[in-house]
Write a protein that binds this ligand. Structure first.
Ligand code: PLP
Length: 394
């Protein structure tokens, strides 16, 4: 079974996990991460969402409107709500996955505190449009959500540097991983010091129990993604037996994980720091896979593709199909797991008002039709996927 995702972890990460702890493991990871992103500072958190929540507090935002995409990971509005602010949802642009910045512009009012500019699936946010907004509304903070994009570039400009701060997620489904965890990067000294102080006040030190649980999780994840074992894992997942590990939201609830205020632990930091060493290879493979899919699948009427964008880092390669469930099942029968991330339009969720999908038509369309093809294995796996899809499914 070819899995839809596979974390780039190997013997080096396992060795790092078992390495005796150092008091400065987390700081060393932060320094390496900041250097990779070309930023002055990085601060580690137990989850990206915890980082976002505390960043909004550090920016002094309370009871403000925070503009964010309707089509993004639902944990983003959860973090906004937990920070005491209110998410304002914006539909996607018609060509592309990111928030439509023309609609975002119109949604800005005196209550707006920040815009979360997400480079979804690694497609860089349009920085020219963002520059215009910044000029017209200098008091509105721009926060780059790079959980999918890492160092994606818009016309040669790395997106993570184009705002007051940037947010990264580091769980095992992400481009880089520290088992769980998240990072906020910034070049702004004031924001860095405020956020660091708030982190010290609000997060408790992780206990040894958390470190042990993370280690066990890593040991379980490592073999789970081997192709011969993954068929079994996939069957358990489809039976709903792994929901505890893979289901991260409930339509009707705004919540955070139980340990969202317990700091990043040393084992995560050591694994993350080693994983950074694989960054170039990871991105090269993703780009190579995406290019192969563009080359082989562009002309297919049953695959609606978003055009290739220079500077994209492809956390996922997403196409739209008419009958998603049928596609997922057909592919599974042939030994390929296709992903269905992100399968919701947030404002339609009960927790966020249950708006009709016609209010967010593009996001609604993605939510019901998006599937993603494996990109983790570079062109080699992409070739296998295309061959199987062409032979048996298309
Ligand atoms: C677009 C996006 N932003 C933010 C996050 C937050 O990351 P975390 O799960 O570490 O809280 C995620 C995570 O899945 C994400 O996909």
């Amino acid at each position: 079974m070819i899995p839809r995702l596979k974390p780039a972890i190997g013997a080096r990460e396992l060795a790092a996990a078992f390495h005796p702890p150092r008091r400065d493991d987390v700081e060393r990871f932060e320094r390496s991460f900041a250097e990779l992103m070309g930023q002055k500072h990085a601060l580690a958190f137990p989850y990206g969402r915890t980082g976002l929540m505390l960043l909004l507090e550090a920016l002094g935002l309370d009871d403000k409107e925070i503009i964010c995409p309707a089509y993004t990971c639902v944990v983003v509005p959860h973090a906004i709500t937990y920070s005491g602010n209110k998410p304002v949802f914006i539909d996607c642009e018609v060509v592309g996955f990111n928030m439509d910045l023309n609609i975002a512009k119109q949604a800005i009012s005196e209550k707006t505190g920040a815009i979360i500019a997400t480079s979804l699936f690694g497609y860089p946010v349009n920085l020219d449009q963002l520059d215009e907004i910044r000029k017209r509304h200098p008091n509105v903070f721009i926060i780059q959500d790079c959980a999918h994009s890492f160092a994606a570039e818009w016309n040669g400009r790395p997106v993570q540097k184009e705002g007051i701060a940037a947010l990264f997620g580091l769980n095992i489904s992400k481009t880089l991983t520290s088992i769980f965890g998240g990072m906020i990067t910034t070049d702004n000294e004031d924001v860095y010091h405020k956020l660091k102080t708030i982190r010290q006040q609000r997060l408790k030190k992780p206990g040894w129990g958390k470190g042990f649980r993370r280690l066990l999780y890593l040991l379980a994840v490592y073999p789970a993604f081997w192709e011969p074992v993954y068929g079994l894992i996939n069957r358990l997942e489809r039976l709903g037996l792994l929901n505890y590990f893979v289901k991260y939201y409930d339509d009707s609830k705004i919540d955070m994980p139980l340990d969202y205020l317990e700091g990043m632990c040393e084992v995560e930091a050591r694994v993350g720091r080693v994983n950074i060493g694989r960054y170039e290879t990871i991105i090269d493979k993703r780009r190579a896979a995406a290019q192969y899919y563009f080359k082989c699948l562009t002309d297919r009427p049953d695959f609606k593709m978003t055009p290739e964008v220079e500077g994209a880092t492809y956390s996922h390669f997403v196409v739209r199909v008419d009958d998603r469930d049928e596609w997922l099942q057909r592919a599974i029968r042939k030994g390929i797991q296709l992903g269905w991330l992100i399968e919701y339009n947030i404002p339609e969720m009960e927790a966020y008002g249950g708006y009709p999908s016609k209010d967010f038509p593009v996001a609604g369309d993605y939510a019901s039709r998006a599937i993603n093809l494996p990109v983790w294995g570079g062109e080699f796996i992409a070739q296998k996927v295309v061959k199987l899809l062409k032979r048996y499914c298309i």
